[in-house]
Design a protein around this ligand. Structure first.
Ligand SMILES: Nc1ccn([C@@H]2O[C@H](COP(=O)(O)OP(=O)(O)OP(=O)(O)O)[C@@H](O)[C@H]2O)c(=O)n1
Ligand SMILES: C[C@](O)(CO)[C@H](O)COP(=O)(O)O
Length: 249
């Protein structure tokens, strides 16, 4: 498992990277690493942290006390540079690689298992939720077109890859100077079919200040004994208007 946690959190606007910000008494990254306690199939993990925070992240890992060996390495300028560093630090025996954002603390263990099972079919899998808003392409402040929402999926992590597939994609990325905002995009360019499994609407990537407010409120709800993350799964659109009758008048 690679936990990508080497970003600087520009959109969050804090004086420190958001993964080290407090979420109800624990740093956000510690909340994410706590998930490791519920993943019994892991042989090890690499946490990728900003160069200046490697020692800090190491201390944090010790506090979490994960059930498998965890290394901390320094990240790079872009997310894909950080993941590459994580990939290079994985133990040689590791055959499947799960990549998770350090700022998605609400991913459920079932989501990890589902994504791993999906990857075992094709060599690569992502989790994603169908778009629930109307989606338009916009150029220069004007609508260019409205997309068919049924085909638009909002992608999350975890993403799982066979190690050789991911390594080949990263080698090509380096050779050709490619860039992408997720790891699956690099694998897609190598012609590998990427399976899509159902994501969780509560598996939010904490990105902007309002996400922190939501995360604190959601954490309190869980701590009070509310439904655990992942419970609501995906809200499906009715496939036909007939399906909708009586349900969504
Ligand atoms: N060079 C980078 C950039 C991002 N990430 C990680 O990738 C995940 C998703 O990235 P994002 O939410 O965009 O985080 P930041 O890059 O920190 O945010 P921003 O784009 O607002 O600066 C985060 O866990 C982040 O720490 C990383 O490991 N290395
Ligand atoms: C990998 C990711 O979390 C999937 O949603 C996302 O693409 C990361 O993007 P960001 O640009 O680093 O926010």
């Amino acid at each position: 498992m690679i936990v990508a946690a080497a970003g600087s959190g520009v959109r969050m606007g804090l004086p420190h990277p958001k993964q080290f910000h407090d979420l109800e008494g624990k740093p956000l990254l510690a909340r994410t690493l706590d998930i490791l306690h519920r993943l019994d199939f892991l042989s090890g993990a690499v946490v990728v942290a900003p160069q200046a925070f490697v020692a800090w992240a190491q201390d944090l890992v010790e506090t979490v006390n994960p059930p498998c060996p965890v290394r901390v390495v320094a990240g790079g300028r872009e997310r894909q540079d950080s993941v590459r560093n994580g990939l290079d630090a994985l133990p040689s025996r590791c055959r499947w690689v799960c990549i998770h954002d350090g700022v998605r603390p609400f991913a459920s263990p079932q989501l990890f298992r589902r994504t791993l099972a999906g990857a075992q079919k094709t060599g690569a899998a992502i989790c994603a939720c169908p778009a629930v808003d109307t989606v338009k392409l916009v150029r220069d402040g004007l609508v260019e077109t409205t997309l068919n929402r049924r085909r638009v999926w909002l992608v999350q992590t975890p993403q799982v890859f066979r190690r050789d597939v991911l390594t080949a994609a990263y080698d090509r990325t380096l050779q050709e100077g490619l860039s992408a905002t997720d790891d699956a995009a690099l694998v897609e360019r190598c012609g590998v079919s990427v399976a899509v499994v159902e994501g969780e609407r509560t598996n939010v990537k904490i990105t902007c200040p309002e996400d922190l407010h939501w995360a604190a409120a959601y954490w309190k709800e869980i701590a009070r004994g509310g439904p655990p993350p992942g419970h609501s799964d995906v809200i499906r659109e009715p496939k036909t208007m007939e399906d909708a009758e009586g349900r969504n008048p």
